[in-house]
Design a protein around this ligand. Structure first.
Ligand SMILES: *Cc1c(COP(=O)(O)O)cnc(C)c1O
Length: 405
C-alpha cells in the first residue's frame, strides 16, 4: 500500500469540506495576555488579540501561579521522575490532591495527565469493572467521556441532551437490579448551555445510580470558591464523582477526579491510564495548587469575567450579530457554513488582528459552524469594541442575517 497517498487522499476530503484544521502559531507573552505574537508561515509576525482561549480568567499568567512554578522548579527540578507508583509521587501532587478534595467537599482526589485522560481513565475503569453496569451518557458529552465509556465495553444508553425526562424513561426500561452510572457535564463548551444538575440527580438517585459530572468548563469560574456549577447550586455532596481540569480556568495543565475515598482508591488501583504513565511535573502541580488556592478566596476574576461576557453580548446585540443565548461565559456566534466561518476567522486574524478559531464539524454538527468567543477579565473595553466592529464589517461582507433588536 502507498500509505502517504492514502493519508493525502483522506486530508483532501477535509480540505474539500472546509474542515481542514490550521493551527495559529502563537507566542504568548507573560503579562501581555490576551495579546500574543502570531508567527505566519512566511516567517513574518503579527500582534494579535486572542478571543478564543480557555485560559478563561488569565490565571496562566497570574504572578502567584508563576512564582509557585518557578520556586518549585528551582527546588525540585523538571520532571516528576516516574509514574506515581514508582518514585513519581512528589509531595506537590499530594498537596494538590488535598486541595482538590477540599475544593469539591470530597474525601479524596486523584490527578491525571489531563482532563481528557481523567475522563477516559475514570469512566473507562468504573464502567469496565463494575459488573453488569449500564452507562447513561448525555448525547452531547465530550469526546473524552465517550471514548472512556466505549473503551469500557459496558452497555451504554444515550439520553437526550440535558433531558432528565429522557434519562428517566431509559432508566425505567432497564433491569431495576442492574447497577447504573449517569455521566454528564455542567457547562457544555460549544453551546455554553448548563445542565439541569438537580433534576438529573433526582432521576439518578431514584434509580440508585452512580453520578459522574464533568465540570471542566466551570471549575474556577462558578461557585463562591470556584468549585463549579454544582458548588454554586449546593449540589456537590449529591454527586459521586466530580471531574475537572487544571488546564482551563486554572491556567496550567492536568486533570482530576474527586469522590469518596473508596472510589478514588479504586480508580487509583485499577486505571491503566493512571498507573502506567509519568506523573505531572512538580512545578505544574505547585502552579495549579496556587491557582486553586487563589481562586478559592478571590472573586475579582469571576466578577470581571462575567462583566466582560455581558459587555461582549451587549456589543453584539447593538450590531445585531446573532449569538446563541446561554447562561454561561461562552459566546457562540453561529455562522452556519463551514467555508464562511473559516473565511470570517481568517479575515479577522489577517486584517483585524483578532484571533477567533472557527469551530467546524466534527466538533459541532454541520450547518451549526460557529465562532466561539471567550471573553476574559483581561480584555479591555477597546478590545471589545474592536471585536464587535470587526465582526459587524464581515457580517455585511458575507451578507449574513442580522438579529432584529
Ligand atoms: C477540554 C475538555 C476536557 C479535557 O480537558 P483537558 O485538560 O484539556 O484534557 C474534558 N471535558 C471537556 C468537556 C472539555 O471541554
Amino acid at each position: 500500500m502507498d500509505f502517504d497517498r492514502f493519508f493525502e487522499g483522506e486530508l483532501a476530503k477535509l480540505h474539500q469540506a472546509g474542515n481542514y484544521r490550521v493551527f495559529a502559531d502563537l507566542e504568548r507573552h507573560r503579562g501581555g495576555f490576551p495579546r500574543a505574537t502570531r508567527h505566519r508561515a512566511d516567517g513574518t509576525t503579527q500582534d494579535v488579540t486572542v478571543w478564543c482561549s480557555n485560559d478563561y480568567l488569565g490565571m496562566g499568567q497570574n504572578p502567584k501561579v508563576l512564582a509557585a512554578m518557578r520556586e518549585t522548579l528551582d527546588l525540585s527540578g523538571a520532571g516528576a521522575g516516574g509514574t506515581r507508583n514508582i518514585s513519581g509521587t512528589n509531595h506537590y501532587h499530594v498537596l494538590l490532591e488535598n486541595e482538590l478534595a477540599d475544593l469539591h467537599g470530597k474525601e479524596a482526589a486523584l490527578l491525571f495527565s489531563s482532563g481528557y485522560v481523567s475522563n477516559w481513565a475514570a469512566l473507562g475503569t468504573l464502567a469496565a469493572k463494575i459488573p453488569g453496569i449500564i452507562v447513561y451518557s448525555d448525547a452531547k458529552n465530550h469526546a473524552s467521556m465517550i471514548e472512556g465509556i466505549r473503551h469500557s465495553r459496558a452497555e451504554k444508553r444515550l439520553f437526550k441532551h440535558n433531558s432528565p425526562e429522557d434519562l428517566a424513561r431509559l432508566m425505567a426500561a432497564d433491569d431495576p437490579k442492574a447497577p447504573k452510572l449517569v455521566a454528564f457535564e455542567s457547562v457544555y463548551s460549544m453551546d455554553g448551555d448548563i445542565a439541569p444538575i438537580k433534576e438529573i440527580l433526582d432521576v439518578a438517585e431514584a434509580f440508585g445510580a452512580l453520578t459522574y459530572i464533568d465540570e471542566v468548563h466551570a471549575v474556577g469560574m462558578y461557585g463562591p470558591r470556584g468549585g463549579g456549577v454544582a458548588e454554586r447550586e449546593g449540589l456537590m455532596h449529591r454527586i459521586d464523582v466530580i471531574e475537572g481540569t487544571l488546564g482551563k480556568a486554572f491556567g496550567v495543565m492536568g486533570g482530576y477526579i474527586t469522590g469518596s475515598a473508596a472510589l478514588v482508591d479504586f480508580v487509583r488501583s485499577y486505571a491503566s491510564g493512571f498507573i502506567f504513565t509519568t506523573a505531572i511535573p512538580p512545578a505544574l502541580a505547585a502552579g495549579a495548587r496556587a491557582s486553586i488556592i487563589h481562586l478559592k478566596e478571590s472573586r475579582d476574576e469571576r466578577r470581571l469575567h462575567q462583566e466582560n461576557v455581558a459587555k461582549v453580548r451587549a456589543g453584539l446585540d447593538r450590531r445585531g450579530i446573532p449569538h446563541m443565548p446561554n447562561p454561561s461565559h461562552i459566546v457562540p456566534v453561529r455562522v452556519g457554513d463551514a467555508a464562511k466561518c473559516k473565511w470570517i476567522s481568517d479575515i479577522l486574524l489577517d486584517n483585524y488582528g483578532i484571533y477567533v478559531q472557527p469551530i467546524n464539524y466534527p466538533t459541532v454538527p454541520v450547518k451549526t459552524e460557529r465562532l466561539r468567543i471567550t471573553p476574559t477579565p483581561l480584555h479591555t473595553d477597546e478590545d471589545i469594541k474592536h471585536l464587535v466592529e470587526g465582526l459587524s464589517d464581515l457580517w455585511s461582507q458575507c451578507a449574513l442575517a442580522r438579529a432584529v433588536a
